[in-house]
Design a protein around this ligand. Structure first.
Ligand code: NAP
Length: 364
């Protein structure tokens, strides 16, 4: 009980899973995980399934306490007995759960990313006022300013005139606004803003092929063959291990309360590099032609090109992203931690694509 337990939403997702694996590996803290039932699988079944690949499923019920809930429900759908237990024990709360589909509907995105954040904040206040809570950590995104317009994004501010490419970005923006209001009102919050999270820096490994991976799939499977982007434009991706290691290091610093951290690549790869990796390393993948983005926007391309528009629209902002990210807070916090900003170069792109091919998510 003196081990400073954590409460985590979104543990079954890509980032949450990686974070809890690291916490179980490197600390002896108790983890309370909010997990919803899915199909026939109960919350406890899902927790065991989550930990089985690590051989840690026996920890469910001891160091890992799975509590049933759903972030869209009042009080996160927690049973009052579970809520009371969280009050008695939890000192840190990581709100990670979200809908991360870039083509998610407005209703879905709002319910989970705005509604879920509202409920998470309500619980955080409750645990602060009636329990032992010391810190609340919120997972936002570097794309809160919206990816459709050039902008230099600073960590401790919100873009006054966001230009969102999809409902996901818009809902994360509103969610972060709520968190910032709570921060201003005295909740001890820290905000993390990763860019697009992809596989492990050394192995390319990732458990969920989400966010940008479905976009790769559209090309690799020959569903799309034109890309409305310029070769020198960049897209900001970060390896998952950088994000979770940085989150842990920053979360452990008392001076990170009230601050926001960009967890982004300082040298993002270009579209040209991505296509070069595809052509050289995976020559069997179908060819991709770059088309002028402005002509594409004006709809002056052929019927065939226009037909693909609806598939790539949710991703367009990321392909021609002219957002840049100031990383002063993250750089200062990670200085001396041994955690370096990641290399996201040719070799890294090759590694993450190769992993997706090896796992048969992509065909090459
Ligand atoms: N991945 C990225 O590229 C990226 C980039 C920037 C920021 N982020 C942010 O980082 C966080 C984690 O992203 P991720 O890639 O790990 O997401 P993910 O793989 O899509 O996982 C989403 C998680 O949220 C949970 N969830 C969704 N709706 C829920 C609900 N109604 N009640 C309870 N849990 C619910 C899911 O649970 P189920 O298993 O039950 O579905 C899952 O555990 C998110 O806040 C995301 O916005 C991600």
């Amino acid at each position: 009980m003196s081990d400073r337990p954590l409460f985590i939403t979104g543990a079954t997702g890509a980032l949450g899973r990686r974070l809890i694996h690291e916490l179980l590996d490197t600390t002896d803290r108790t983890l309370y995980l909010l997990i919803r039932r899915k199909g026939r699988l109960s919350t406890q079944d899902r927790a065991r399934k989550l930990l089985a690949p690590l051989g840690l499923d026996a920890l469910v019920g001891s160091r890992v306490r799975a509590v049933e809930g759903d972030v869209t429900q009042p009080g996160l759908g927690l049973d009052p007995a579970d809520r009371d237990r969280l009050r008695r024990e939890v000192v840190e709360f990581f709100h990670i759960a979200a809908l991360t589909e870039l083509n998610g509907s407005k209703d879905q995105c709002d319910r989970i990313n705005i509604g879920g954040t509202t409920e998470a904040l309500r619980l955080a206040w409750d645990l602060l006022e009636n329990g032992r809570l010391e810190r609340h950590f919120h997972f936002s995104t570097a794309y809160v300013p919206g990816s459709l317009r050039p902008y230099r994004s600073l960590e401790d501010e919100m873009a006054p005139e966001p230009a969102h490419a999809n409902h996901y970005e818009a809902s994360k923006y509103e969610g972060e606004r709520l968190v910032r209001s709570a921060m201003d009102a005295g909740l001890p919050v820290t905000i993390f803003r990763p860019s697009i999270v992809v596989g492990d820096s050394a192995t390319g490994e990732v458990t969920e092929f989400n966010v940008i991976y479905p976009f790769f799939k559209l090309y690799v499977h020959g569903i799309l063959n034109v890309l409305p982007a310029r070769a020198d434009e960049t897209f900001n991706i970060v390896p998952i291990d950088f994000v979770t290691r940085a989150v842990r290091a920053i979360a452990s610093r008392p001076d990170s309360v009230g601050k926001t951290y960009h967890l982004t690549s300082e040298r993002p790869p270009s579209i040209g590099t991505l296509l070069r990796v595809k052509d050289i390393e995976f020559p069997k993948m179908p060819p991709v032609t770059l088309v002028d983005p402005e002509e594409f926007d004006r709809g002056t391309h052929s019927f065939v090109v226009n037909k693909v528009r609806r598939f790539i629209e949710p991703y367009l902002g990321y392909l021609r992203c002219q957002l840049t990210f100031d990383t002063s807070n993250a750089r200062a916090a990670l200085d001396g931690s041994g955690i370096a900003f990641p290399e996201t170069d040719y070799e890294f792109l090759k590694r993450i694509l190769q992993y997706a091919v090896d796992r048969k998510y992509l065909i090459a």
